[in-house]
Design a protein around this ligand. Sequence first.
Ligand code: HEC
Ligand code: HEC
Length: 338
Amino acid sequence: MPGRRSGLWVFGIAVVMVLNIAAVAHAQPTQQPAAPIWTFPDIGTLPDTPAGRLIRRGRDLVTATSMHVGPRVADRAKRFAGNNLACINCHLEAGTKKFGIPLYGIFDDFPQYSARSGHDSSIEDRLNSCMTRSMNGRAMPDDAPEMQALVAYVKFLSTGVPAGYRVPGLGTGKMTELDRAADPERGRPIYARSCVACHNTDGSGIVRAVNTDLGYMIPPLWGDDSFNTGAGMNRLITIANFLHFNMPHGADYLDPRLSDDEAWDVAAYVVSQPRPVKADLGKDFPDLLDKPVDASYGPYADGFSEQQHKYGPFAPIRAAIAKLKKEKGAASSVAPRP
Ligand code: HEC
Ligand code: HEC
């Protein structure tokens, strides 16, 4: 099995190389700025000025979130996060790991239209969306010093990335989808084999032994102190790809440890577990045709069940949505509403 797998890898790399050579051979001179490679700036080179200190504080907020804005900090006004996770638990290596949901190179993507809210979303809105869902907390005001520090850090990470350039390696990566539903029962033994040693039998993770205010050594995956039902990590496509390219700890996109099937099924096992419920999720995605196929909460425009939206298969849902969009487009061009 390992032999076959590495054989496939070598084959894959060979294909990629051939494609690259072909791409170079056909490359046209363009006006595009030279594509930056994966070179995020080094925080240690910042001067000890107010601006440099603000960025460093932003990084501290990403790596030790619960120390600064967690549910147990002394100053109640600063208790923005509702759980003891840290941004770095999901934005790996403080937002600098390829396909580990990087925060590198994204600053100029904002403001950006958000299908979830139905209007443009600023970088502050985007951070707050993780604060209220992934961190199960409440929104930070735009002028809160913690918000300003986080924004300064995200901006700093985009230093030198030309506006409009989409760095390859953002998000969670994209493996092939299953043509069956992902199955929590098939995921259970995979969890027992590959995850339990770190994340615990009950998914509750491991807190730091010396100073529990420092949050988790290993973050929880479900239960009261985890992300809520409205979080991106609670969507099957997002978490399955995240797991494929990042878990067990130490895996990366060059060296995935879970097969595609294993990643989908163990992801299904994690999303089948209980977690805090976000109120008012029905208000998300005012245009239901823009709702992601793997949003696990209704309402939906496509007639598929909550179960199928949660576990797949997604191709039939996509086809139904494409058809509805086409009909909607045709209807509005024939009979425009006044
Ligand atoms: C439980 C996991 C989790 C935690 C904790 C978390 N996030 Fe996120 N974050 C996500 C996911 C999932 C996405 C969406 C990724 C995608 O669309 O591919 C995201 C997206 C983002 C984005 C937009 C990224 C982009 O590519 O446009 C920003 C900015 C962000 N998070 C900031 C934060 C900050 C700051 C914190 C801590 C206060 C935080 N997040 C905590 C999971 C998390
Ligand atoms: C060797 C320990 C280890 C193993 C094994 C491991 N993880 Fe993790 N996991 C971590 C650590 C540590 C983090 C926090 C991110 C980091 O520091 O890289 C994490 C983060 C995560 C996250 C995002 C944060 C959160 O709280 O949701 C998910 C989801 C996750 N792991 C799921 C899994 C699954 C599923 C498996 C089994 C396939 C697994 N992990 C195996 C250590 C581990």
